[in-house]
Design a protein around this ligand. Structure first.
Ligand SMILES: Nc1nc2c(ncn2[C@@H]2O[C@H](COP(=O)(O)OP(=O)(O)OP(=O)(O)O)[C@@H](O)[C@H]2O)c(=O)[nH]1
Ligand SMILES: [Mg+2]
Length: 530
């Protein structure tokens, strides 16, 4: 075998056979110099690779998970309100349209309920049948229907006779339906979708993240009758889209500045007109909401407007004004369903990080990417690709929902759905190393519900004769979620559990500080390069 066959490049490095001693010295010097340069380049490449690795590793990725209306976007709002103040403030005015839409949706829900009462449509079964569609996973939820425990005192009252006064209100509030359409168009074309009744499987590892079938209505409204067919819920791909809604009108004009200005004017005109109609309907909206017969109809049809997402009817005086500017609190309470997956960057100030004192590179752990996902069953199909290299999952489980049905599938109890979803997330192998943070959310609503007379045991027989108060319920559910985590996690993992009401921004700010530091501490532990 010749030299060429052994090493194809040897021909370039083998010294010539007739090399003089002088040439040899020169060649060796050249080779030393070449090696020095080559080693330098290698070092540079290595350093660049390490820097890239460090940058990638120094970004903290956090997923917000949980069923629809669990409070994921609300938690994200709290993060941004606290840590991305400038961007938060810049968006304030756009939330005004969302809140106006929430308000109108509530009024329309009330009007539709009156209509259903006049037509004597059957009342949707008021209580979630605590059926388990997956009895082997969640045996706690019995298959029998129980509606004797409903706290209202007149669940079977006879139909309420509505008068001309109500017909007149219906008529006078009619223009709000057009305003609703206009606002939706401005907030994001085509973003309203039928949740439908179809089925679609979502698989995460071996455990299903949910098969979807159902109906829902969500911009601050509660469902009133399944006889009216599949419901629509207005949602957007995220606030970016909300913000870009009016801008998209402008951007779609390629005709230049004049066209763009025209589009901007048209957009402002629509928003102004919407405000005008809302202001002119203020007294009628107030009269409708204060009417005793209307209240009786809502009670009879078991509709709790106050507990529904995006409820602003008690703030009519403040919101139905020309110069209404949403407060932080309003924005946090506003309801806008998320569709798809949204990515939000947050940069923590160096001073606020406890890591700044331990000699790390300036940006370590300060840049976070938070992923806000749509939580409905069909939307869960899209989660999986985002599970890679995630530092932590914040899972929202609304525990006030123990007596509610899942909008997508009325046969399923919402708490049961949260258990199943938590189980699926905990057992995911891709997330095995991620820190799990559980927010037992909507504790404020839980308290209110229990005070109103709802009994947890009715829906969760395993609760047995424990005290029917919020502290005991939280403790019990925390243990249940902990058990699932312990049993389902592919390997031991770090986890934290918090009882939250994420609409309470002050308390949530404290929780988020703790959460941030816990996630950073884990991030630091796993960062092998520091
Ligand atoms: N009272 C109360 N309301 C809450 C709480 N958390 C969230 N909400 C409200 O519940 C509604 C739904 O919250 P979102 O944050 O939009 O829910 P989500 O999980 O993002 O829902 P999807 O986008 O559909 O997946 C909003 O109107 C919130 O204001 C809570 O702790 N207490
Ligand atoms: Mg959301």
């Amino acid at each position: 075998m010749g030299a060429f066959e052994r090493d194809p490049f040897a021909i370039f490095t083998t010294p010539p056979p007739d090399e003089t001693p002088q040439e040899k010295t020169l060649r060796e010097r050249r080779e030393v110099e070449e090696k020095r340069v080559s080693d330098g380049i290698d070092e540079e490449i290595k350093a660049e690779k390490a820097a890239l690795k460090k940058t990638q590793k120094s970004v903290v990725k956090v997923l917000l998970l949980g069923q629809s209306e669990s409070g994921k976007s609300t938690t994200l709002k709290n993060f941004r309100m606290k840590y991305a103040r400038a961007a938060w403030k810049a968006e304030r005015l756009f939330w005004r349209a969302v809140i106006q839409l929430n308000l109108i949706r509530s009024i329309i829900t009330v009007l539709d309920t009156l209509q259903a009462e006049s037509e004597q449509l059957p009342i949707t079964p008021p209580l979630p049948l605590p059926l388990s569609s997956h009895p082997s996973h969640a045996p706690d939820f019995p298959r029998d229907s129980i509606d004797s425990d409903f706290p209202d005192d007149e669940p079977r009252a006879s139909p309420i006779q509505l008068s001309q006064k109500h017909d007149l209100l219906k008529l006078r509030l009619g223009p709000l339906r057009r305003v609703e359409k206009d606002l939706k168009r401005r907030l994001g074309d085509g973003s309203e979708e039928d949740l439908g009744y179809g089925a679609a499987a979502g698989v995460l590892g071996e455990t299903s993240l949910g098969d979807d079938s159902g109906t829902g209505d969500g911009v601050g409204a509660v469902s009133i009758s399944s006889r009216r067919g599949p419901r629509k819920e207005f949602g957007v791909r995220g606030w970016k889209q909300v913000l870009e809604g009016p801008l998209a009108v402008i951007n779609s004009n390629t005709g230049g500045v004049a066209d763009a200005q025209e589009a901007a004017k048209a957009c402002a005109a629509v928003l102004n007109e919407a405000t005008g109609v809302i202001v002119s309907c203020k007294e009628d909206m107030r009269a409708l909401w204060a009417d005793e017969d209307v209240k009786a109809v809502l009670r009879r049809r078991r509709i709790r407007m106050e507990d529904s997402a995006g409820f602003f009817l008690n703030d009519l005086d403040r919101i139905a004004t020309r110069n209404y500017e949403p407060s932080d609190d309003d924005i946090v309470r506003a309801r806008l369903r998320t569709t798809g997956i949204q990515e939000y960057k947050i940069h923590f100030g160096k001073d606020t990080s406890f890591l700044s004192n331990v000699g790390l590179q300036p940006d370590f752990g300060q840049e976070w990417i938070l992923y806000d996902v749509g939580g409905s069953r069909t939307a869960r199909n899209a989660w999986l690709p985002y599970f890679e290299a995630v530092n932590a999952c914040i899972f929202l489980a609304p525990i006030s929902c123990f007596d509610e049905r899942l909008l997508e599938d009325p046969r399923v109890n919402r708490l049961e759905d949260s258990f199943l979803l938590w189980k699926a997330v905990c057992s995911s192998k891709i997330l095995a190393k991620s820190t799990m943070i559980l927010f037992l959310n909507k504790c404020d609503l839980l308290k209110r519900k229990l005070k109103g007379g709802a009994h947890v045991r009715t829906f969760l027989p395993s609760y047995a004769d424990r005290p029917n108060d919020a502290v005991a319920v939280v403790k019990y559910l925390r243990e249940k979620f902990k058990d699932i985590l312990r049993q389902q996690s592919p390997e031991p993992r770090v986890s934290y559990f918090y009882a939250t009401s994420v609409t309470d921004t002050k308390a949530t700010a404290t929780t988020l500080n703790t959460v941030r530091d816990s996630i950073l501490r884990e991030h630091l532990k796993n960062a092998d390069f520091v």
